[in-house]
Structures are given as structure tokens and as C-alpha cells.
Design a protein around this ligand. Sequence first.
Ligand SMILES: [Zn+2]
Length: 314
Amino acid sequence: MIVAPLTASQAVQADSRADPLVDSRVDSVPGSQIKPLDALGSQIEALVKFVRAHPRLQVLTGAGVSTGSGIPDYRDSEGAWKRKPPVSHQDFVADPATRRRYWARSLLGWPQMASAAPNAAHAALARLEQAGRVRQLVTQNVDGLHARAGSSQVLELHGSIHHVGCMDCKAAYPRATVQTGLAAANPRFAALQGAAAPDGDADLEDSFEDFVIPACPACGGLLKPDVVFFGDSVPRDRLAGAWEALAQSDALLVVGSSLMVYSGYRFCLKAAEMGKPVAAINFGRTRADKLFALKVESACGPALQGLLERLDQG
Ligand SMILES: [Zn+2]
């Protein structure tokens, strides 16, 4: 399909009615206007110039930053689903069978998520912040690895898999504590194995009928990981903090995100609206290719390390 490229303001108008965490297929938007440069070296050189020209960055990261830590992502390099879409907020809240399946798979996926370590991309972004170049790091990841790598100005846009909240009395619990209760109540499931899946999920198909869903120890209410599930919205005050930081930044740098989810894509729209240029490091197509001033087609770790080395050289 050939579609005429939109201007930034047209794109903002076209997307302003969309729901925050709702999927958009890449083939529904215009293709890239950015022609990738030939060699990674010259792309990094352009990125160095971009970072020097825009000393205060807001950084937006996605799943591509954490794949190097063994945490799988949902999308292929064309931005299409490569596995079943994640659980939706509506199904989780309304349907006990969905909650049984979610928690059973989470019981197996959590230990793998909890033991994941930051990789070179997380480390490089922490160093970029320490060098005074990052005003705020917004992440769509829920794994907590940016903070563990040493970044301090982190906004977890979609929350954290390390925390669980009660939807009734609002009590909060560490995920590790919930894990102990899950395993004790479900010994048959605790003995199973499942490969790591995105967001602390694991690949497990079974009959989940006999799985015991955890309840809030304080009130018996419905427990939910403190993450924004698919179909839910990012809390308003969290988003307001992100826009404030973007307003105080000179540019937006997207790292490792296909931006297929609107809550990430709208950072590029907002930057365009504010007149801030956007650069991206991503291997493969993104939903915002047409909005980038610069795109580095690369895995995140090598590109960021290359950037830091050149910046260190002065
Ligand atoms: Zn409760």
C-alpha cells in the first residue's frame, strides 16, 4: 500500500482520538521518509552530532533495550506481533479464568524476570545520565532494569512488574512476596517449566481450572500487578510528569521501541507538536519513522556504546 507521508501536525490530528494502549499495525501508517545511512559508523557520527546539539534529552525506551537481558519482546522487525497479544485489562478484571491463566504463567515467568540483569544498553543509558545529558528516561518496560543499571531519573510509563496492588483496598505488596503465596497455594504449577515470555509471562498451556488465584491478604480483594495492561490507560499524573520533562528537554531520543503502542508513539507526536526533534535507535521499522530527524538502524547496546565512546573522545 502506498500512502502519501503525513506532516507531523496531520499525524497528531489523525492519532489524537486513539486509545492509549491500543495496538496499531505498522502497515496502517505511511512508510519511512528516512533513508538509513550505509554504515553504522556514519549513523553513530550523526547521532553524536544530534546529542551534542541537544544537550538535554528525554529518552524513551522499549522492549529492544531489554532483549539483551533475556527478556523477550512481542514484535518482529516489521512491528507485527510475533506471539499472542498480552492479557487485556478488561479480561483480567472481568474474567476469573483469565486471572488464573495469568497468575499461573506469571508463577513460572517471575523467577526468570527477577533474575534478569541489566545489559550494555542499560549501562550506557545510565552513563549518559551521569554525564548530565538525560533530563528524564521514560521506559515502556516494566522490568526495573534501568534503575538497577544506575539511572535515577526514570519514569516507568507502564508501571513495574515488581509491585502488586489490591484493586479494592489499594494495599501494595512486593511481587516477591506474592510469589511465595502463589507457589504455596499451587504446588502442581510451581513444579512446571515454561520458557520466558514478555513482561514476566511464561509460555505454559495447561488446564488452569484448579489454579488458586491470590487474594489481597488485607481485604480478600483482587490483586493485580502494578502494570498498565493492554487496553488500560497510563495514569494522568504520570503522563503529566513526562510532558513537563519533555518541555524541559531539547530533543527526544527513542531507544529500542517499535512505538506500535500508542502510549509510546504519542511521545513522538508530542515532541513534534512542541517543535522538539526526535532521533531513534531501533533495529527495524517503527510507527514513527516519518517523524524522525535521525534514525540509527542498529541493536541498542552497540549503538549506545559507540555514542558514548565518541562523546568521551570530546
Ligand atoms: Zn485489599
